[in-house]
Ligand binder design. Structure first.
Ligand code: GAL
Length: 726
């Protein structure tokens, strides 16, 4: 009988063993140095791309650009209110196809950092919470509250189980290496004390109990219980230390710019300073950096939140809103990542030793036992360049910069020396439009879908955010003997509102508009109004501009006209209108008729040619257009319009408000010196947002249906379709 020689049996066993081993992956873990994937410590470069802020058709291109830019990881939040628009009714389609997004990242060979939250902040409507949650009996948000914890656990488990069943966690062979529970809860806990502490503990235990096989992070949460990793968010994080010596030092949000608010300028952040923040973090033993945002994208439809946040969420990120490279930002960071990869072996195997060759200068050396060596030479002086002698060489450093030395010798990168090319962004007009218009009249209190009561209703409670709009309607009787009818000194109407914008119509004529800002959402309308003898109609359109995304007690969050409302200057003094009979109507007539769709729009008569309304409040406009040839990204130039919303082929492009001009300081800025979001502004005195991204994938070659609702009055003939090129 033939017998297999012993050595062959041994080799065969070894072969079988190694096959089995490589198919069972180790769970992702961590130590004081780094996240450990498959037994290897890694220096990970990550970037935030939020899937609903672009289209599935854009995802592969964005992911490829992230990979070519030298990223290892893509970070995203999970957007609860997008996934569960009404209780138990889930949406994981289209822009909310989370599994598809993660699988595309996996196909590209990148990892995922999944920030489930489910509170996300993120300049997203209501911080990601579904508005219906506010009306669950006994609800109190983000604290030790049973109804909240039940809902939070249910959604978190739903997402984790979905990821598990699709085998998307790393130990299952998937790309997810990290998850996040909550978001920046530390400051809130500080605010609310004991119940906050209990909630933190509960959230950590709940998340851990879901057994994902990958570490959980809690950002900005100094007391994150083990084994959760507490991490840092900010413009700089080099001074941060995790709460236990056995946790790695992670920078989960390095802000690459900042968001824009209507009424504010557009913030930018110089790439030299971003690279400097990264290098400073890594030289101080940091091992994970995530750019928030790497691609900011667009707050389509009514998803923008945090009050007055623009539809553009460009963020001055390395990939711009349209999916094009924002150069030299993208290229300079790619060069930085290349340098970091070159020295990764030394970084993961040694701790830095620090020396101080001069004032504002530091040298950080990572000398690995295996012989590898990496060094960072820093010049923290924001004005003066430095010469640093290190080893046998001398190195020249521009102000506020760090040089990275491979093998502790060859300078492979300096944060302030940008070699990547700059590009000029251009918007070129490719089409104009032929409009038709339809008047949205102020409703009347006996319309079928109005309801009445004495006193004022809070807006969100009535609309449940189904619309930005709520009408408040009432009437006032003016005696023909009133003095003001003779002397023309009209009485003053004062209306106090919790926000966000308010159009006041007296007898169907727009009397005035007031609006707030991110810092001051409360508004007061106070104006002399032209009243006549007899019955006068007061119709007020209260408009929300995104719901708050930051804070504690979302259950107490109010918008709309809460009063008091007074009329001053009548013969008998001041009349209080607060408690009188008010009628309410949710949304616009055009919304109920779905005028933003082709079908809906055919239910009414539209004015054409010379009858098309101009500079008239409350007007719907519609047109059709053909898609321009090519694949350059497209936008609508809304200059000349006031405030409203845009739809293309039934999809919500977003809120527009070019009439809200950017207030602020746009002085020239230097990359050097501590950065903050007010330092490098653009577009002062111009619209905070003029161009509105229309994704190519929403268009067909011909007959695209464009609808606009204008609240204020604007000139639609100025609107053009533009092409974005660099
Ligand atoms: C952070 C928050 C993010 C985002 C950012 C500002 O504090 O975690 O979600 O809101 O601020 O863009």
């Amino acid at each position: 009988m033939w017998r297999m020689p012993r050595i062959k049996i041994l080799l065969l066993l070894l072969f079988i063993f190694s096959c089995v081993c490589s198919s069972i992956r180790a769970a992702v873990s961590y130590d004081d140095k780094a996240i450990i994937i498959n037994g290897r410590r890694r220096i990970l470069m990550s970037g935030s791309i939020h899937y609903p802020r672009s289209t599935p058709e854009m995802w592969p291109g964005l992911i490829k650009k992230a990979k070519d830019g030298g990223l290892d990881v893509i970070q995203t939040y999970v957007f609860w209110n997008g996934h569960e628009p009404s209780p138990g009714k889930y949406n994981f389609e289209g822009r909310y196809d989370l599994v598809k997004f993660i699988k595309l990242i996996q196909e590209a060979g990148l990892y995922v950092n999944l920030r489930i939250g489910p509170y996300v902040c993120a300049e997203w409507n209501f911080g990601g919470f579904p508005v219906w949650l506010k009306y669950v009996p006994g609800m109190s948000f983000r604290t030790d509250n049973e109804p909240f914890k039940v809902a939070m656990e249910r959604f978190t488990a739903k997402i984790v189980n979905m990821m598990k069943s699709e085998e998307l966690f790393e130990p299952q062979g998937g790309p997810i290496i990290l998850s996040q529970i909550e978001n920046e809860y530390g400051p809130v806990e500080w605010d609310i004390g004991a119940p906050g502490k209990a909630y933190t503990k509960w959230a950590a235990q709940m998340a851990n109990g879901l057994k994902t096989g990958v570490p959980w992070i809690m950002c900005k949460q100094e007391d994150a219980p083990d084994p959760m990793i507490d991490t840092c968010n900010g413009f700089y994080c080099e001074k941060f230390t995790p709460n236990k010596p056995y946790k790695p030092k992670m920078f989960t949000e390095l802000w690459t710019g900042w968001f824009t608010e209507f009424g504010g300028p557009v913030p930018t952040r110089p790439v030299e300073d971003i690279a400097y923040a990264v290098a400073r973090f890594i030289q101080n033993n940091g091992s994970f950096v995530n750019y928030y945002m790497y691609h900011g994208g667009t707050n389509f439809g009514r998803t923008a939140g945090g009050l007055f946040i623009t539809t553009s969420y460009d963020y001055d990120a390395p990939i711009d809103e349209y999916g094009l490279l924002n150069e030299p930002k993208w290229g300079h960071l790619r060069d930085l990542h290349t340098a970091i990869k070159l020295i990764e072996p030394a970084l993961v195997s040694a701790y830095p030793t620090v020396t101080y060759p001069g004032k504002n200068q530091e040298i950080h050396v990572f000398q690995a036992k295996s012989g590898g060596c990496a060094a960072f030479l820093s010049n923290f002086d924001p004005q003066v360049s430095a010469k640093i002698t290190f080893g046998n060489s001398q190195y020249d450093l521009p102000p506020w910069s760090i040089s990275i030395l491979q093998d502790c010798k060859d300078e492979v990168f300096n944060t302030a020396t940008v070699k990547a090319p700059s590009t000029q962004k251009k918007m070129t007009t490719v089409a104009s439009f032929d409009w038709q218009s339809y008047d949205e009249e102020a409703p009347s209190s006996d319309d079928s879908d109005t309801f009445s009561m004495s006193g004022l209703y809070e807006q969100l409670n009535v609309t449940r955010d189904a619309s930005d709009y709520l009408w408040y309607l009432t009437e006032i009787d003016i005696s023909p003997n009133e003095e003001f009818l003779k002397n023309g000194q009209f009485p003053e109407l004062t209306v106090m509102s919790a926000g966000h914008a308010l159009h006041v119509f007296i007898n169907n004529q727009l009397a005035g508009t007031v609006w707030g800002s991110l810092k001051n959402t409360k508004i007061t309308f106070s104006q002399n109004v032209k009243l006549r003898a007899g019955v006068n109609k007061i119709s007020m359109l209260s408009v929300s501009v995104g719901l708050a995304n930051v804070g504690t007690h979302f259950e107490n969050y109010n918008i709309g006209i809460l009063g008091p409302i007074t009329l001053k200057g009548l013969d008998d003094g001041t009349r209080d209108l607060t408690k009188q009979q008010w009628s309410y109507k949710v949304g616009l007539k055009g919304e109920r008729l779905s005028l933003h769709t082709l079908d809906g729009s055919s239910s009414v008569e539209w004015l054409q040619g010379s009858f098309v309304a101009q500079k008239q409040p409350l007007t719907w406009y519609k047109t059709t257009f053909n898609a321009p040839k090519g694949d350059a990204p497209l936008a609508l130039d809304m200059n000349g319009m006031g405030k409203g919303q845009i739809w293309v082929n039934g999809e919500g492009v977003g809120r527009y408000w070019p009439a809200n001009k950017a207030h602020g300081n746009c002085d020239k800025c230097s990359y050097a010196g501590i950065y903050n979001e007010n330092k490098c502004n653009q577009y002062c005195g111009e619209p905070s947002q003029r161009w509105y991204h229309v994704p190519r994938s929403w268009l067909r070659p011909t007959g695209n249906f464009l609808v606009i609702f204008e609240e204020w009055g604007g000139n639609p003939d100025w609107i053009t379709l533009v092409q974005r090129t660099t």
